[in-house]
Design a protein around this ligand. Structure first.
Ligand code: 7PM
Length: 289
């Protein structure tokens, strides 16, 4: 597996586990004027402070999401998504020394984000939208492709079913990666993600994590997103605001099973779990290969 991911002008060192901080950019009550969704200066300021705090807490990248890809979320128009995401990408690029990832399925958002300084494209739909694969390829940026069962986040949780969840997730990611390569995205720039919570029951999610080491055979870096998710809520009987400890347990287990990028809300606590888990696995101060 490659250990250096070239992200525009930055290199991400995947010989160590890296923390991706989640930054949701949503319309807020301070927006005014003609466009309700136009990012107000205040909302961009708030996003920047949140991003800066996550970087100070140990995040090596910030995943900016305009919510269009979120399960259950009402679809967001492309212009709206651009209005939310691009000002924040520009501001982080101008003011913080960090890698910017963009959580989007829209080709236009991929292209404009790359121009604004993003270094990674994160698409929960695995570049399945019309023109998305070509758009992603044209940016030259690495992409994260994620497994989801069911065509859309709106319907994916209706009746998830697998004969063998690991085999099916693995086959999907292998096929999708081949399609990316055929579309001009080098294999060295592809990150894979089993997609916790996307068309999976609790038992599917637990099995995916227990056997996640099987995804290492794909030979591509693995990104893991379990932070505050329903699988933690269901396993523990906890509401979304009370899932930190459960989320951290999944982080330690995911690292032991090969996870290289950990996508989380709670960066400071996660960064400690990452360092502690790496110390146990590889020795204090030792480099993993
Ligand atoms: C509601 C439900 C809001 C689910 C937000 C979510 C992932 C992702 C998301 C993931 C990658 C969340 C999700 N999850 N991108 N984007 N992997 N690569 O909990 O697991 O953040 S949105």
């Amino acid at each position: 597996m490659i250990t250096k991911l070239q992200c525009a002008d930055r290199v991400l060192d995947l010989s160590r586990v890296q923390v991706m901080g989640i930054l949701n950019v949503t319309p807020d009550s301070f927006s005014d004027g003609g466009n309700l969704y136009q990012a107000s200066r205040l909302s961009v300021d708030k996003a920047l402070v949140h991003a800066a705090n996550m970087v100070a807490d140990g995040a090596s990248m910030i995943d900016v999401g305009g919510e269009s890809t979120r399960p259950g979320a009402s679809p967001v128009g492309v212009q709206e998504e651009l209005d939310r995401v691009i000002p924040v990408v520009e501001r982080i690029k101008a003011e913080l020394d960090t890698l910017i990832s963009v959580d989007t399925s829209a080709p236009e958002v991929m292209i404009e984000s790359a121009k604004a300084g993003a270094g990674l494209i994160n698409d929960v739909r695995s570049l399945a939208r019309d023109g998305a694969m070509e758009a992603a390829a044209s940016t030259g940026l690495p992409v994260c492709i994620m497994h989801m069962q069911g065509a859309t986040p709106a319907t994916m949780q209706l009746a998830p079913h697998y004969e063998d969840v690991l085999a099916e997730v693995c086959d999907f990611l292998a096929q999708r990666a081949d399609q990316c390569v055929a579309a001009g995205i080098p294999r060295e720039r592809i990150v894979v993600d089993p997609g916790f919570g996307f068309g999976k029951t609790l038992e599917h999610n637990l099995t995916l994590l227990r056997r996640m080491d099987e995804l290492e055979a794909l030979g591509m870096p693995i990104l893991v997103g379990t932070s505050r998710k329903t699988m933690v809520g269901q396993a523990l009987g906890r509401e979304v605001g009370d899932r930190l400890a459960g989320s951290l347990a999944t982080v330690a287990l995911a690292i032991e099973r090969g996870g290289r990028i950990i996508r989380v809300h709670d960066v400071a606590a996660t960064a400690d779990v990452v360092r502690m888990t790496e110390a146990v696995l590889y020795g204090a101060g030792q480099e993993r290969v």
